[in-house]
Design a protein around this ligand. Structure first.
Ligand code: PMP
Length: 333
């Protein structure tokens, strides 16, 4: 058999691979966004679901999390406003991890020094990633949670000259980039056929931004935020320790527009981990713990007959490997 005909036959077998991007990127920063929406065919069948559940896989971003969007957006926005200058400004940010890593690559690629403050409870792999990108780390007591990291960052901001804080919990560029990119991607990839969007609430930027952009386009579209059962402050409970890194900061941030959301649901750490493990095992998609929380909520909502035939999009912010030392992997040796 001629080589060309056999290779074209074989090429057809591989036809479902993603298409070429059709361009060469000038910088790693330009590769953020454009993450895929992926169906869960095996789970849908096993659970007998009559709604379509799609995961938006944010770990396709270059540093493997949804936070790459705001890491780049907050610095680009500050540069456009002439608030920061490479080689001069020191960036300082309190973060439980993913935002630090995303600011880390953006700071390195743009030529900034970055100091990150974080609770000592954040996973070791996050800390090591920061060190790899030459980020300066200040660990704060786990018992004080994110509030402790924020207080320390504010102290540093006062003492270091030419320091600037991106302030992911306050910065309008956070929800704005999700309106401009995440929301538009969901809309374009579903041709507007989306009925429910679900996302865990950390800063609230992801879901608030999506809601701001899509609500007027489709007023029936529902936006469900997720907070940890163990720290359900939006339900009036006291903040508490929990293992769903990235969501449930223990206070209501300025970047969270509660009014833009249809409702806030609670998901426990246990259910989040169970959903994340099932997703890896059954679909071959190893997601992080907060992704498990969004998936658990999506599957629960999909069981409700009122959502029959509808499309439910759940945001999967990160990849399982960022949680190697956490309860996601407990018992797996
Ligand atoms: N999950 C993970 C793993 C995260 O890092 C974050 C961001 N802190 C979120 C969920 C929540 O996203 P947002 O801050 O946009 O609400």
């Amino acid at each position: 058999m001629a080589r060309s005909s056999s290779s074209s036959k074989q090429d057809r077998v591989f036809a479902n691979f993603a298409s070429p991007r059709g361009r060469v990127y000038d910088s790693i920063l330009d590769t953020v966004g454009g993450t895929p929406l992926v169906a869960l065919p095996r789970m849908t069948k096993l659970d007998g679901l009559k709604a379509r559940v799609l995961l938006k896989l944010e770990f396709f971003n270059p540093l493997s999390s949804v936070k790459d969007r705001i890491g780049v957006a907050m610095l680009r926005d500050a540069e456009a406003r002439k608030l920061i200058k490479p080689g001069h400004t020191v960036l300082i940010e309190p973060t439980s991890g993913n935002t630090g890593i995303s600011l880390g690559f953006a700071a390195a690629a743009l030529g900034y020094r970055l100091v990150v403050t974080m609770p000592e409870s954040a996973s070791i792999e996050r800390r090591k990633m920061l060190r790899l990108m030459d980020v300066q780390l200040e660990l704060t007591p786990a018992a004080r949670g994110m509030a402790g990291a924020i207080a320390r960052a504010n102290e540093l901001l006062e003492t270091l000259p030419d320091a600037w804080m991106p302030s992911q919990f306050d910065n309008p560029a956070n929800p704005a980039v999700h309106a401009a990119t995440t929301a538009e991607e969901i809309w374009a990839d579903t041709d507007g056929e989306v009925d429910v969007v679900i996302a865990g609430l950390g800063t609230g930027g992801t879901l608030s931004g999506i809601a701001h952009r899509l609500h007027s386009r489709k007023p029936d579209l529902a936006f469900y935020g997720i907070e940890p059962t163990e720290s359900a402050i939006l339900h009036g409970d006291d903040p508490g320790p929990h293992g769903i890194q990235g969501i449930g900061p223990g206070f209501c941030p300025n970047t969270l527009d509660r009014k833009a959301l249809t409702d806030v649901l609670t998901v426990s750490e246990r259910d989040s981990i169970a959903a994340a493990r099932r997703c890896a095992r059954i679909e071959g998609i190893p997601i992080g713990i907060s992704s498990g929380a969004a998936l658990h909520a999506a599957l629960t909502i999909a069981e409700d007959p009122k959502h029959e035939g509808q499309t439910i999009v759940a945001i999967a912010p990160s990849f399982a490997e960022r949680y190697l030392s956490t309860s996601l992997f407990t018992g797996l040796t």
